[in-house]
Design a protein around this ligand. Structure first.
Ligand SMILES: C[S@@+](CC[C@H](N)C(=O)[O-])C[C@H]1O[C@@H](n2cnc3c(N)ncnc32)[C@H](O)[C@@H]1O
Length: 204
């Protein structure tokens, strides 16, 4: 338990540092892709790991968004983008592995490039399942470990460097983690080179 807490604190510290330059290196997910993903979010939305708020301008009017992140420095940047959003946005400092929302609070839960860095991704995804209402949707855009054995093995070797520099694991098996968390897969789309995937799931 203590080791898990230490890991969470270390990753949070890394993102507090990364917040300074995060927007400059945010080339993996262009605005057109973010728009396509966010267009699927309906009703009362929870965005977890909102980061600097890159998705916030893409929510269409009519809904409402609660967005969490465990890094105060990332949230400070998100606050600037929230003021230009077309929906009401509430930003909260919270760990996705331990959320304070009641069960079934949201129609849609969104995460983009988050479960690569959550220290215990299955625990975080179980929390996502808990707070998403029955019949709701979980929409994830994530980079994952390559299914190619050679590329996957290379990712395993260089992962410790990426993880320690920016807190991001490049070799997560996120589709399997979604299933391990008890979410039901509805759709998995390859968005880029079978490494970036759009995953749509439901609480059951
Ligand atoms: C790679 S950034 C992605 C940010 C944003 N979603 C985007 O698409 O640009 C990962 C974000 O997840 C947040 N994060 C990682 N683990 C978290 C956790 N356990 N609880 C809440 N936020 C977390 C980090 O602080 C960071 O802001």
């Amino acid at each position: 338990m203590e080791a898990a807490d230490d890991r969470t604190k270390a990753i949070r510290r890394r993102y507090n540092r990364t917040a300074l330059y995060y927007d400059w290196m945010d080339w993996l997910f262009p605005a057109s892709l973010r728009r396509r993903v966010i267009a699927q979010a309906m009703g009362k939305v929870l965005e977890v790991g909102v980061g600097t708020g890159a998705n916030l301008p893409h929510y269409p009017p009519g809904g409402e968004v609660v967005a969490i992140d465990f890094s105060p420095a990332m949230l400070a940047k998100a606050r600037e983008k929230a003021s230009g959003a077309r929906v009401p946005v509430q930003l909260l400092e919270m760990d996705v592995q331990n959320m304070s929302f009641p069960d079934a609070s949201f129609d849609t839960v969104v995460a983009t490039c988050v479960f690569c860095s959550v220290p215990d991704p299955v625990k975080g995804l179980k929390e996502v399942r808990r707070v998403c209402r029955p019949g709701g949707r979980v929409i994830l855009l994530e980079h994952v470990r390559s299914e190619n054995p050679v590329a996957g093995a290379i990712m395993d070797v260089i992962n410790p460097v990426c993880a320690s520099l920016i807190g991001d694991n490049i070799n997560r098996r996120t589709v399997a983690n979604v299933q391990a968390a008890g979410l039901r897969l509805i759709e998995v789309q390859d968005v880029f080179a079978r490494i970036v995937k759009l995953i749509v799931a439901a609480p059951q």
